[in-house]
Design a protein around this ligand. Structure first.
Ligand code: NAP
Length: 274
């Protein structure tokens, strides 16, 4: 197949499909919004910062794509319900729900409070549960798909990383159950586990607030561009893959964690606090 015909297929991959993305105001979610739109989907871009979403939706609309910006806080089920309803009112269907919104609480158990863990779970776990539960009746109708954005930390937990890793272990467990539970509805669930991807996540503090002047501790060379990650995610979702692991280092870590857990533990013990 020629390069150009491959590109045409990829451009029309999601033609006339409706996709709702949570956490679309930055990073992976923003990149996914662009990629789904470029591949033909109508995209509802959602998050809490509406100004950013409106700028993104305007940009996509000016490029000839269909996009809708909606304020949504995934920790509030009613907020997710209102969003999904607006998508149904606008386009009459939902084909893909992307449960991507998330952030990281960092620090050792000794220093964190129970409220820190609660806040982490409210977004990274209950935000995913709200998103999927609200979407399910519509996904059943379209025999659609859901994406859960986990992390390589769904397999390995580092020092100072327990709150975040716990939340990602939890959504991995959720995905594994849904692979079986939702198969009977014809709804596919793709768990996406990224390693380091370019985004704002490492500049967001434990309260979930973005700090522009914070330093990203990950060296640039180790990070995958968000747009490249988004291409791999939409492709895996289209193929109804159960799991997509993003980045070479992510694949190595998951491989080691699965097959050589003791070795992985000893390697991780040496890892510096992140
Ligand atoms: P990011 O650039 O910080 O983007 C996070 C997005 O989540 C933002 O759009 C943010 O928007 C949204 N969000 C946070 N809390 C929310 C809430 N309560 N309700 C609705 N939206 C909320 O981070 P990212 O790296 O793209 O993160 C996306 C997902 O990838 C997360 O689940 C993260 O855990 C996962 N991940 C990322 C990496 C990486 O290296 N980038 C690695 C592994 C996993 P608002 O603040 O506007 O609401």
């Amino acid at each position: 197949m020629s390069q150009s015909s491959k590109q045409t297929i990829s451009q029309g991959l999601w033609q006339d499909k409706v996709v709702l993305i949570t956490g679309a105001s930055a990073g992976i979610g923003e990149a996914l919004s662009r990629t789904f739109a470029q591949q033909g989907a109508k995209v509802a871009v959602t998050a809490r910062r509406l100004d950013r979403l409106e700028a993104l939706a305007n940009e996509l609309t000016e490029q000839g794509y269909e996009a809708l910006a909606l304020a949504c806080d995934v920790t509030q089920r009613t907020s997710v319900e209102a969003c999904v309803q607006k998508v149904i009112d606008q386009w009459g269907r939902l084909d893909v729900m992307v449960a991507n919104a998330g952030f990281g609480v960092a620090g050792p158990l000794a220093r964190l409070t129970a409220e820190d863990y609660q806040r982490q779970f409210d977004t990274n776990v209950f935000g995913v549960i709200h998103s999927l539960k609200v979407a399910l009746p519509h996904l059943k109708e379209t025999q659609g798909r859901a994406i859960i954005v986990g992390s390589v930390n769904a397999y390995v937990s580092l020092a100072h990383n327990s709150a975040y890793a716990m939340s990602k272990f939890a959504v991995r467990a959720l995905a594994q159950s849904l692979w079986i539970e939702w198969a009977r509805y014809g709804v596919a669930v793709t768990l996406v586990n990224p390693g380091f991807v370019e985004s704002e996540i490492r500049k967001v503090n434990n309260q979930g607030v973005y700090k522009e002047d914070a330093k990203d501790f990950v060296p640039q060379w180790l990070m995958m561009p968000a747009q490249k990650a988004a291409q791999q995610i939409t492709k895996g979702c289209f193929k109804r893959k159960r799991e997509v692991i993003i980045t070479g280092h992510g694949k190595v870590i998951v491989f080691l964690a699965r097959l050589f857990p003791k070795l992985t533990f000893h390697l991780l013990k040496r890892a510096k606090k992140t």
